[in-house]
Design a protein around this ligand. Sequence first.
Ligand SMILES: [Mg+2]
Length: 318
Amino acid sequence: MSMKGFESEQALVERIRRMAAPVRGSGVVLGIGDDCAMFRQRGASEDLLFTTDLLVEDVHFQAETHRAGDVGWKALARGLSDIAAMGGEPRFCLVSLAVAKWAGKAWVDGFYRGLLRLAERARVTLAGGDLAQGEKLTCDIVVCGSAPRGEALRRDGARKGDLIYVSGRLGGSALGLERGKGTAWRRHLRPEPRLALGRFLREVVGASAAMDLSDGVSLDLRRLCLASNLAAEIRMPPVFPGATGQQALHGGEDYELLFTVAPGRRVPRAFEGIPLTEIGVMRIGPPGSVLLEGELLEPLGYDHFRGKSKGSNVRMKS
Ligand SMILES: [Mg+2]
């Protein structure tokens, strides 16, 4: 879907951010522009993290190819991935669902079963929500998490000279969407939010910045660079078996973590079987610019307001 009159999702977010001046004394210590907003109660030892995500029929999933349980799983996985990106612990979620005419009782039950299966695994309580009928099936989820005061990982913490890492192998979700079967398809349907890894990066590694890869590393790394007011130089990240380099760079929905680490800090080669690969370094340069093997990497990842990801067969974004 593309919308007239907007340069990009980033530009639109920036316009809204300028309109929405923070209210003094609200306790919001991190507002629009990161994976989660952060709320700090006076004297509290923890910061609360909040994220919200939409999942829309024919934009993020299709009724014919995505089963109810998979849609429910993914709705929550997207929010949990944002909590993971901040190194947080998920606490509870709120789920609102507009049910389309085609979706009957069995579909709605299946949706909540899929969602609650992941909620149980991640130890997240479903604490409320809203129900309505709608033209297209639409889900909005809010996840609340927590992190020790002042210690959540943010996008704006990278410093020049910090090394850039990614977890896992990229492009699996885009490949799965293209194939519609196999391990890549299962990865696309049921992504695993990297919650334990996010906490490890905060507690043990001491990462300087982090975010989750939802729209493709080309676009997401640009966002991290913009937040940190730096540029980046990278080489090709590890590619999911069978995926193309374009899918790895620009395909969305991998839900791996992108993070930076000050030189000299120890990063293991893998965490719980997930490879952690150094792909480059943060540099002084035009903010947001990313060089891949010395060439400017265009941010062709998924942008809702520009239309589909150009470098791959990603038709939808979640
Ligand atoms: Mg995110």
